[in-house]
Structures are given as C-alpha cells and as structure tokens.
Ligand binder design. Structure first.
Ligand code: SAM
Length: 299
C-alpha cells in the first residue's frame, strides 16, 4: 500500500455508501476513482454478478486505483465482481455505460490528495513545483501557458469567474508584470502581494487564483455539466446520483441541476440541504471541511 492510500480516507465515505446503498448484483459507476477508496467500498459490497465501472482521466491515479482494486478482487476470490476502469474524462460516460443500466453513479469532484501532494503536478501553492495543474497529463494546455500567455483582461475574467476573487484585476495585473512565471511558489508570492489577506486567519491569498487556473485548465465545470446531462439517461429507475463538490461553483451546478430535474420529473432529491462533514471528520481530514454532498434518485 502506498503512503497516500494508507493515509487517505475518502470524504464523507459512510454517507456515500448509505446513499448508494449498493445491491450485490447491481451496476455502479465511480466517475472519479482517485485513490479508489470509494471504489473499494463499492467493490466490497458487490457480489460476483455485480459490476463497477470506474473513470479517472489522470493516468497515475488510474494505475494506483487499478492496483488497489486488483488486490481487493484477489482477496474476494470467486465472490469478486467485474471491474472495468477507463482512463478518460467522465463527460464521456455515455460512450461506456449503456442507457438505463446503472444502479448508482458517484462523482467526488476536485483534486485528489495524490495530485495535491505531488509538487511536480503543480496543483499546490504550498510546494515549489512547475505550474502544471493538468489532471490528464496527456493533453494541454498547462497552467504555465495560461499564466504566461493569456491577456491581462482574459486572465482577470478567468480569476473572477472561476476563482470568485473580487480582486481579480489587481491579481491579473501583478501576474502580467511578474512574467515570466515558472513555479507555483513564485506565482503564489505574486498573487499574495497583489491580494494580501484582509483578515487574520483567512484562506491563503493564492487559493482562489489557483482554483481558477485549475478549473480552467481542466474544463472542470463543463465536465460536471456534461455528467448531469448524461446521468438521467444512464440510470435505471430508482438509480441514484451522488455528488460531492468542494466549492460553490461545483455545488451550484449540482443544486440547480437537481432542482430543475425535480421540476421536470427526472429526479427525486434526497438531500434537501447538502450533507457536510462532522467535526471529527474535519479534524481527521481538513479537506473535508468544504465538502458538500448532494444525492438524487431517478424517478
Ligand atoms: C477527489 S478525487 C476522488 C477521490 C476518490 N473518491 C477516492 O476515494 O479516493 C478526484 C479524482 O477524480 C479525477 N477527476 C476529476 N475530474 C475528472 C473528470 N472530469 N474525468 C475523469 N476524472 C476526473 C481526478 O483526476 C482525481 O483523481
């Protein structure tokens, strides 16, 4: 077991398992395998006639997930379910999952601890690394291209829209003046100088700009919208969609899609308010602080 897998407990794991309420013969899709903690939970609840289809567009994550799930299946022996892992974006779910075939679909959006902890992936402003931020390392552009090549105006709009950073113009100006920018630490310093924390104890000033670049580079919101569009067609009646968002842009798409779908007779929403982590989980895993889980059932 790698260091990451030993340490990593998926966010809101018990709640996810409760909402999915895995049936041994069912078919489930994990759109965001990551370190496969949730996927392992699903596989262990399935029987030999059950099936898990997993997606991750990060080739490193996919290989780690495969190794972990292989071990679990080996341990389960003849009781092990079928597992199929796909190294593509989950927006392509419709190409791999038959209509009305899934009992449950899970998506735990955002970055994995593996991605955040590896400085060379360039997601973290707390480590010195190249400004990459691609989940799928096979396709461009990287964030360093965006930071060094985009016009000041476009950069400001991007930081405002995807980072919800009110000081986006100041930040964009500082970035353009600071070019060429090569490392995450250098970028974090430039952003912090343009938008210092307003109050003691506030989030790191670079958080919003890093979030914006990551969302843009990985087209994260388009991916989420595509999933909400495809899911109703792929679920069986009473099949469930469970999603976890980590910032307001993700959660807003989930909330609005479920609400609009409920009006159209597509969804029965199971979470009136989003489910959040309790104090104990936040203590154990600070990343869970911002998690919001929503679930709905196909009518
Ligand atoms: C927060 S982690 C998931 C953690 C996972 N639930 C676990 O138990 O370890 C999110 C993962 O989803 C992947 N991911 C994010 N957006 C994706 C997308 N649009 N298509 C495919 N994979 C995606 C990331 O590469 C990352 O590995």
């Amino acid at each position: 077991m790698t260091q990451h897998q030993a340490r990593h407990v998926p966010v809101l794991f018990d709640v996810v398992m409760d909402f999915l309420s895995v049936r041994p013969n069912g078919a489930y899709v994990d759109c965001t395998l990551g370190l496969a903690g949730d996927a392992e939970g699903i596989v262990r609840r399935l029987g030999p006639a059950g099936r898990l289809i997993g997606f991750d567009r990060d080739p490193e994550a996919l290989e780690l997930a495969r190794a972990r799930l292989d071990r679990v299946r080996e341990e389960m022996g003849t009781r092990a379910p079928q597992v199929e892992l796909i190294g593509e974006a989950f927006s392509r779910i419709g190409e791999h999952v038959e209509p009305a075939s899934a009992d449950g679909i899970l998506a735990d959006f955002g970055v994995s601890s593996l991605q955040l902890d590896e400085a060379r992936r360039g997601f973290s402003f707390q480590a010195e690394g190249p400004i990459d931020m691609r989940m799928d390392t096979r396709v461009g552009p990287t964030a360093v291209q965006v930071v060094n090549e985009m016009s000041e105006r476009e950069l400001a709009n991007l930081i405002y829209e995807f980072g919800e950073e009110r000081r986006s113009r100041k930040v964009a100006r500082a970035i353009v003046r600071g070019r060429p920018i090569t490392t995450t630490a250098q970028l974090a310093r430039i952003v912090a100088s343009a938008a210092p924390p307003m109050k003691f104890g506030q989030i790191h000033p670079a958080t919003r700009t890093f979030q914006a670049l990551r969302i843009y580079v990985n087209r994260e919101l388009d991916e989420i919208r595509a999933l909400f569009e495809a899911a109703p067609r792929l679920l069986k009646p009473s099949g469930r969609l469970v999603v976890i968002g980590f910032h307001s842009l993700e959660d807003r798409i989930a909330k609005d899609s479920f609400r609009d779908g409920a009006r159209q007779g597509i969804w029965t929403v199971l979470t009136k308010k989003p489910v959040t982590a309790g104090e104990e989980e936040i203590e154990r895993n600070p990343r869970s602080r911002s998690a919001k889980l929503r679930a709905a059932e196909r009518q």
